[in-house]
Write a new protein. Structure first.
Length: 257
């Protein structure tokens, strides 16, 4: 065979290999990249969010605590729906961590009977749902919040937390299989056994049930055992802190003054 023919065959093989490589390699690389990113979840850039969601977040960032509470409890004509994950600032596990920190502060202030911090070997399962309460007038102002449910490993306690995105606990409810330990409240106000003897005002409890209807809690069989005033740091707003004690349940809740 002549040298020219051999060179021609070699060159032809090389050309064919290059063509095949040009066709196959990009597909192989793309497939490998897709596999490597299959389990990764990225936060959606704000540029890709629906314009209505961006407007609602920006407008709602300047709402005062009292305005958020008014949207959630319906004093400001509003509609409540579940919020999409991309609408919330945090992922669910981050919201749970924030809730634990906020609840620990309430426990230290003797405003909640249990410490939900995992540092105390309290093993709780949890589940979360994100919500938004939007005004029906402008469809722009929105209060975003979480409902987080903790259940103790042995099933003896359930804690349901309503929390704003900034970590403010607006309502927390403990339900137990046994009687609530009121010793923490007795130490706080020195009332002792009087906590179990406060009479129930039917009119007031009806008002509370209506005021906090978003929680679905019936206050008719609960006693108001504490009412104080607190101040929100950001806007220096005052708000009421209410504590209710019932049969095997306790409720901490705040409302605008």
């Amino acid at each position: 065979m002549k040298k020219e023919n051999i060179k021609f065959i070699i060159m032809s093989v090389i050309v064919v290999c290059i063509v095949i490589a040009g066709i196959m390699v990009p597909g192989i690389v793309l497939e490998a990249k897709q596999k490597s990113e299959y389990d990764k979840v990225a936060q959606v850039p704000k540029d890709y969010l629906p314009s209505s969601s961006v407007m609602a977040k920006e407008a709602s960032a300047n709402l005062k605590l009292s305005e958020k509470l008014s949207l959630i409890d319906g004093q400001w004509d509003s509609t409540t729906d579940e919020a999409a994950s991309y609408e919330m600032d945090d992922q669910d596990y981050q919201a749970v961590a924030t809730a634990r920190e906020s609840m620990e502060k309430l426990y230290e202030q003797k405003l909640y009977p249990e410490n939900l911090s995992p540092d105390y070997s309290n093993w709780y399962t949890w589940e979360t749902t994100a919500y938004k309460a939007s005004d029906n007038t402008f469809n722009t102002y929105t209060a975003y919040y979480w409902i987080i449910r903790f259940e103790k490993y042995d099933g003896t306690q359930t804690h349901t937390i309503w929390m704003l995105e900034d970590g403010t606990i607006i309502l927390a409810r403990e339900q137990t299989k046994d009687a609530i330990d009121v010793s923490v409240f007795e130490a706080a106000d020195g009332q002792g056994e009087a906590l179990d003897n406060i009479s129930v005002d039917d009119k007031l409890t009806d008002d509370y049930t209506a005021a906090f209807s978003y929680s679905g809690i019936d206050f008719s069989k609960m006693n108001l055992i504490g009412q104080t005033t607190a101040t929100e740091e950001k806007n220096q707003e005052s708000y009421d802190v209410l504590q209710f004690l019932g049969d095997k349940q306790y409720v901490y809740v705040i409302r605008e003054k």
